[in-house]
Design a protein around this ligand. Structure first.
Ligand code: NAP
Length: 260
């Protein structure tokens, strides 16, 4: 299926590895010009160079911490200087720390607000004036928005705000021909999920392998998702092929969420 992504300009946040990288790779393989970022500039550039060679398209890698408003502006300006507009935006960031409510200070809440909710607000605000009709925005939340996960309260609370933002903007931007959707990942094979499994192992006194086996046991398809599976769904939602889909929060979890 031709997704219609050839030569479209995509900004993919937090994408030197993990889910963001999977999205950047899917978009590049379908012919899009991709601008990816992460806090570590050399890692972002290396990821971009790798994708450019692999997919035969232009890919730029930039250092940008999405919790820093000035850095978002500078990244957006660099993309506009090279390509002039943005057709697709993936809103993404690293995840907040895993901890219990009683361990969270005001600073933890403030940091999570900046990292998870305000980064989404600012990435969209910075990009929107440069998105032509037919553009698309995609956010990433988590299965925890529907079914809270132990020790992920910071993530769950802030991502619920992102879910509200997506529905609000889907209404508000439909008249401008801009679609806004969200993906809710369950458990994908990334460094973040490995860190969460290590955290569970430490807190519950089991091995990493046991913690991982317990989490996989809850997934009907019997395994973690791959970043390419995540990228395929994201590329579709960001593409003209999804032209009648907006305001959707799609679960991507191998059947893990039990709610109907
Ligand atoms: P990951 O494997 O740890 O990768 C995170 C990526 O984001 C890296 O490229 C990292 O590079 C970059 N990054 C982190 N903080 C950043 C920041 N402040 N500004 C810019 N770039 C930043 O994580 P992941 O598994 O792909 O997860 C991505 C997001 O989805 C996270 O918010 C995570 O909580 C959420 N999520 C993931 C899953 C899953 O199954 N993987 C499930 C639910 C939710 P640098 O270190 O160089 O910045």
């Amino acid at each position: 299926m031709d997704l219609g992504l050839k030569d479209r300009v995509a900004m993919v946040a937090a994408a030197s590895k993990g889910l963001g990288y999977g999205v950047a790779r899917a978009l590049a393989r379908d012919g899009a010009r991709v601008a990816l970022c992460s806090r570590n500039g050399p890692a972002a550039k290396a990821a971009a160079d790798r994708l450019s060679v692999e997919a035969g398209v232009e890919v730029m890698g930039t250092a940008c911490d999405v919790s820093d408003p000035a850095a978002i502006g500078a990244w957006r300006d660099a993309v506009l200087a090279r390509w002039g507009h943005v057709d697709a935006l993936l809103v993404n960031a690293g995840g907040p720390p895993a901890m219990l409510f009683k361990e969270m200070t005001d600073q933890h809440w403030r940091d999570a607000f900046e990292l998870t909710l305000m980064s989404a607000v600012r990435l969209i605000r910075a990009t929107l004036p440069h998105m032509p009709k037919g553009s698309a925005i995609l956010t990433i939340t988590s299965s925890s928005v529907r079914e809270p996960v132990e020790r992920l309260g910071l993530s769950t609370v802030m991502r619920a705000g992102v879910s509200g933002l997506v529905k609000t903007l889907a209404d508000e931007l439909a008249g401008d021909g801009i679609r806004v959707n969200n993906l809710m990942p369950g458990r994908f094979d990334t460094d973040r999920v490995a860190a969460l499994d290590r955290n569970t192992a430490e807190k519950t006194g089991v091995t990493f392998e046991q913690a991982r086996a317990q989490s996989i046991a809850r997934i009907p398809l019997g395994r973690l998702g791959t970043i390419d599976e995540f990228g395929a769904a994201a590329a579709f939602l960001l593409s003209p092929a999804a032209s009648y889909i907006t305001g959707v929060s799609l679960r991507l979890d191998g059947g893990m969420m039990r709610s109907i």
